[in-house]
Design a protein around this ligand. Structure first.
Ligand code: UT7
Length: 329
């Protein structure tokens, strides 16, 4: 026991749509192959929502699982933080809609627009509120319905993305565990390498730009790839330094699942063997802000993370944004 208040993850949950879209299914839609997708990305299949399902439905499912594990009732939640770039509506936020679905009574609600880094940004905000003792129970979520902003005629992007949600409950503890350090960063000068060009106030939707598919994700893959490798490696090193530990002491790295080659390059850069890296990209593809919390939940539930394990979460995404968290369980 120590007198210092730490912010600990006391429950996690995740949710993926039932509908599976395999590489073989994609071969029928665009000029691609199972072999190319596996070799260049590591993805075998991804989950895609059924018609009528929205992000807050998946977020609700993931949240209930996290709350059940942490034994948290809706009225005990002080704040809901939702990382998403594919909200149900532009207004109001997913956090507001989720508040109503969960029937929380006392929670502040906000969305975080940090793309693939959204969950880690949320954890960092939660850590600050818990350590300053303003709040006692915070629900942090990453959820995306990327299938709705994917151009299903563009082989450069449509093979990459999937839908899903992951959630965590963050609460105070006096024990020697919890979120030991976080690191956040960003660089808006590179925004146009990965973006949705229209649909905001600057360029509203028109019949013409929709016909030109400008309302879908556009990415310059190889440029994003280089920045992702550099930034995820840097963010991992920075958080280890902040937590005053070396990579030898890390039990598990949970990287954003965007590309197997980015994951391997990040592991090499921080000198971690692949046995210490959690990978589930083959099942879900890139689910942006949901990627890290889904992987965290699977790593915890499968027993890969044990009591005392030191785990690094790291992500990189559109914006660009990147960030990391060092957590002791
Ligand atoms: O989550 C946020 C962060 N996102 C990322 O980190 C994604 C980063 N980027 C990537 O993961 C990779 O750049 C991709 C997987 C998107 C692309 O891999 P790449 O090795 O960088 O391929 P490339 O874009 O340089 O394209 C190589 C070739 C091209 O053909 P040519 O011009 O050499 O004839 C592409 O047209 O591969 C072609 N290609 C494909 N071929 C079959 C691109 N997509 C496909 C495809 N199937 N789906």
């Amino acid at each position: 026991m120590s007198s210092k208040i730490n912010a600990a993850i006391t429950g996690t949950g995740s949710s993926a749509p039932k509908r599976v879209l395999t590489n073989l299914d994609l071969e029928k839609i665009v000029d691609t192959s199972d072999e190319w997708i596996i070799e260049r990305t590591g993805i075998k299949e991804r989950r895609i929502v059924e018609d009528g399902i929205v992000g807050t439905d998946l977020a609700l499912d993931a949240s209930k699982k996290a709350m059940e594990e942490a034994k948290v009732l809706p009225e005990e939640i002080d704040m809901i933080l939702v990382g998403t770039v594919t909200p149900d509506f532009l207004l109001p936020s997913n956090a507001c809609i989720l508040q109503d679905k969960l029937k929380t009574k006392n929670a502040g609600v906000m969305d975080i627009v940090a793309a693939c880094s959204g969950f880690i940004y949320g954890l960092s905000i939660a850590q600050a509120y818990i350590q300053t003792q303003k709040y006692k129970t915070i629900l942090v979520i990453g959820v995306e319905i990327l299938s709705h902003v994917t151009d299903w005629t563009d082989r450069n992007t449509c093979v990459l993305f999937g839908d899903g949600a992951g959630a965590a409950i963050v609460q105070p503890t006096n024990d020697d565990k919890g979120i030991l350090a976080t690191f956040l960063s960003g660089d808006g000068s590179l925004a146009n390498l990965l973006h949705i060009p229209v649909g905001g106030c600057k360029t509203p939707l028109t019949e013409k730009n929709i016909k030109e598919s400008m309302h879908f994700i556009k990415m310059q893959g190889s440029e994003v790839f280089k920045s992702a490798v550099r930034s995820m490696g840097d963010a991992t090193e920075r958080v280890l330094k902040l937590g005053a530990i070396t990579s030898d002491e890390v039990d598990l790295l949970i990287p954003h699942q965007a590309n197997m080659r980015i994951i391997e390059a990040t592991a090499r850069r921080v000198k971690l063997p692949m046995e210490k890296v959690f990978v589930n990209i083959h099942k879900y593809g890139n689910t942006s802000s949901a990627s890290v919390p889904i992987a965290l939940d699977e790593a915890r539930k499968s027993g890969v993370i044990k009591k005392g394990s030191k785990v690094v979460l790291v992500a990189f995404g559109a914006g660009f944004t990147w960030g990391s968290a060092l957590i002791k369980f």
